[in-house]
Write a protein that binds this ligand. Structure first.
Ligand SMILES: [Zn+2]
Length: 246
């Protein structure tokens, strides 16, 4: 086999490998996995955010609890003064009563703040629990899907490896410079070597000069299409050889 025959075969195998890559990338299972992963990441972020919020609320609750205790202490010390008879004048007593009223009002305000905070914290904790449940479910779904996807990939991979092995064998038989040229063309044009179809380039459809056709028929020269630069391959060579031989 000439270099071009080998290159043609090489490209066929290469394109088959591309198809497998595409199959793998376009797998619905893969899309589902990506979706689930994004969902889990999103929920995780949400979880962290809510946790931080709950922590802040707990800090505030702590602070208010201390403030509440201080007020209770102040209230008690006033009460003790009255009890122990340290308050002598009516005016002083009235003054103390006024302070006590204020403290009582403060206390009920703090109590309300505490109630609200506890409610908020409870809400946050419910939300966190919901997220955790959702995440456990999504994680299970992820691992199930992953197992299914791995099976699918393993099947594809088996066929893929067989083709790849054949392609790599061919590579050893090809001129490295030709492979380089092939890779450049394939990258820019999608295909590097094209057959001649009714005297036209099979890549860009430009009609080829009679001289080019003659040269192609003759031999293993590497001739590229003047228009698109792809390497031209005279696929009927075997046929024409057979005909001329017969
Ligand atoms: Zn062309």
């Amino acid at each position: 086999m000439g270099q071009l025959d080998l290159l043609w075969e090489y490209q066929n195998l290469d394109l088959a490998l591309d198809k497998y890559d595409k199959m793998r990338k376009n797998s619905p299972l893969r899309s589902k996995l990506i979706e689930l992963k994004n969902y889990l990441m999103q929920q995780q972020e949400y979880l962290v955010k809510l946790n931080e919020e709950a922590e802040k609320k707990n800090h505030i609750l702590n602070r208010i609890n201390h403030e509440y205790e201080d007020i209770v202490k102040a209230f008690k010390s006033g009460f003790d003064k009255v009890e122990s008879g340290q308050v002598r004048s009516v005016k002083q007593l009235e003054e103390m009563q006024k302070v006590a009223m204020e403290l009582k009002e403060k206390l009920s305000k703090k109590e309300e703040e505490i109630r609200n905070l506890l409610k908020d914290i409870q809400n946050l904790s419910n939300k966190l629990e919901d997220i955790r449940v959702r995440m456990v479910k999504a994680k299970k779904e992820y691992s199930d899907t992953k197992a299914e996807y791995d099976d699918e990939v393993a099947n594809i991979q088996k066929e893929y490896q067989q083709i790849k092995q054949r392609r790599d064998q061919l590579k050893n038989e090809l001129d490295p410079e030709l492979i380089k040229r092939y890779n450049r063309l394939k990258k820019s044009r999608g295909t590097a070597i094209v057959t001649v179809e009714q005297n036209c380039c099979g890549g860009c459809n430009m009609s080829l000069a009679a001289l080019v056709i003659e040269r192609l028929k003759k031999g293993d020269d590497i001739i590229e299409c003047e228009n698109c630069g792809r390497i031209l391959y005279w696929a009927n060579k075997a046929d024409s050889d057979a005909k001329s031989a017969g």
